[in-house]
Design a protein around this ligand. Structure first.
Ligand SMILES: [Zn+2]
Length: 314
């Protein structure tokens, strides 16, 4: 199997000023000249030696001891990848096809929960929810996410931008019916690029919402609202969850309308450094999974809101 090494890491491993000037191949030479310089990725940093093609997985701070065999297998099949690229890729489980042996998220109430094609929510998980409220569009979110969205929409309004929720929380059953309906119209390999299988939708967390539109045809990416969101969403704790150019990591087409509340600290890192949540967590040095101690389980589960009238994506 041969898969081209992701460009993202060769850029990430370089200081911002050099990123545009140096190709990945130049990194080794540069590293030899500046042995003491350290490159920072999020909360971890790599020495030039660690970033080089001569590095071993064991030398990397975000390598996981229980994945050494997987690193080795990937490296053997893809000899042009650096160890850092391989470790990042395998930490995101991308050495396996999407939906391979997915696990069930153990702490779904965490505000930083990672839900994707490898980490699923159980069918009966329903978060604490509140309506986004009159004037903010339709649907419900976790209270922290609802507060953050209202604050973001208020700030946007002050700048002449209208942000409205068109789809927020969706239940497991609702997602199942959406996914099945798409399957009746399209091949599964195609549907999987724009609609989540039940349990793998971030909308079930109550922390994600679609803003203003939920369709590629709308070209939301060309609107002032999108430009405003990219610039400001992190200030309110949201990330653009399925960015352009990260399709091989997220498994989804670019979704300019889909935002995920994750808290300001992580959101700022992801948006500043163009990291998906998958990359962010895969690069953490000590924890193999996201910090899931943020929120306590809710005692009472309110009734889920009425299903959305349309068929939104993801
Ligand atoms: Zn969405």
């Amino acid at each position: 199997m041969h898969i081209p090494a992701p460009r993202l890491l060769s850029l990430l491993l370089l200081p911002p000023l050099a990123a545009g000037m140096l190709a990945a191949g130049a990194l080794t030479t540069r590293a030899a000249d500046q042995e003491q310089e350290r490159f920072t990725i999020s909360s971890i940093s790599l020495t030039p030696a660690q970033a080089s093609s001569d590095a071993s997985p064991e030398s990397l701070p975000f390598a996981r001891p229980d994945r050494m065999e997987r690193y080795q297998a990937w490296a053997e099949a893809n000899p042009d990848w650096t160890a850092a690229q391989t470790v990042l890729w395998v930490n995101m489980d991308r050495d396996r096809p999407f939906y391979t042996d997915p696990d069930t998220v153990e702490q779904p109430d965490s505000l930083t929960v990672l839900v994707n094609k490898y980490h699923l929510l159980s069918a009966d998980y329903v978060p604490e929810l509140e309506s986004v409220g009159a004037g903010y569009g339709s649907g419900s979110l976790r209270p922290q996410a609802a507060d953050a969205f209202r604050a973001m929409a208020d700030a946007a309004r002050a700048d002449g931008i209208s942000l409205r929720s068109v789809s927020a929380y969706r239940s497991y059953d609702r997602q199942e019916s959406i996914y099945r309906r798409y399957l009746s119209q399209d091949s599964q390999s195609s549907v999987d690029t724009y609609s989540a299988r039940p349990g793998s939708s971030e909308h079930q967390t109550g922390l994600a919402l679609d803003i203003n539109v939920a369709s590629l045809k709308a070209h939301f990416e060309d609107t002032p609202a999108y430009a405003w969101l990219v610039e400001h969403c992190a200030e309110f704790g949201f990330v653009l969850r399925y960015p352009q150019g990260k399709e091989s990591i997220t498994g989804y087409q670019f979704e300019p309308w889909h935002y995920r509340y994750v808290g300001r600290e992580i959101a700022q890192v992801c948006m500043d450094q163009n990291l998906t949540l998958e990359e962010y967590f895969a690069l953490q040095p000590t924890q193999s999974e996201p910090d899931q101690k943020t929120a306590a389980p809710t005692a009472e589960q309110p009734a889920p809101p009425k299903p959305d009238p349309d068929l939104p994506l993801i």
